[in-house]
Design a protein. Structure first.
Length: 160
């Protein structure tokens, strides 16, 4: 018999060693299986990460496109608003000018109407004065109409 490494029976020691080797081998195989599973999970995670990165890049691209469209829309809306304000201002100015002209025309027509009214009153006063002179009862001279015969006029023409 040989000398035992651990001070016991070499057969037992060998059995113990085989058992420990077997346990270690099982542990190594289990650890290798875990490493393989971890590597597989890592590959899956990396693939998932690449997929998610692609989606993220796609979303970022779409976000930039949407932001660009929104900026262009905002600029367009501001331009349209500015143009509308300018047209409205021109329209207001034209309307104010038209209103001013119409007010001037109205005032001119009022003045003309007042002058016409005054002129009519003056004429009526003149007619009234003329009628009063013609029909003045203070004149005692009576107006007697006389008829002139045509024959007398013709005779006077021949004589004259």
């Amino acid at each position: 018999m040989g000398i035992s490494l651990f001070g016991g029976n070499p057969k037992e020691t060998n059995n113990e060693k085989d058992r420990i080797d077997s346990e270690h081998q099982l542990k190594i195989e289990a650890l290798q299986a875990e490493v393989m599973q971890a590597r597989e999970k890592l590959r899956e995670s990396e693939a998932r990460m690449v997929e998610l990165q692609g989606k993220l890049d796609e979303y970022l691209s779409k976000e930039q496109q949407i932001a660009g469209v929104m900026i262009k829309a905002q600029i367009s809306a501001q331009k349209t608003e500015a143009e509308a304000r300018a047209r409205a201002e021109i329209l207001l100015q034209e309307t104010d000018e038209e209103l001013r002209r119409k007010n001037q025309e109205l005032e001119l027509l009022r003045i003309k109407a007042q002058l016409f009214k005054e002129e009519i009153h003056d004429r009526l006063d003149q007619y009234k004065t003329s009628l009063e002179k013609i029909m003045d009862p203070s004149d005692d001279i009576a107006f007697t109409p006389t008829l002139v015969a045509k024959e007398k006029k013709n005779e006077q023409k021949l004589i004259g």
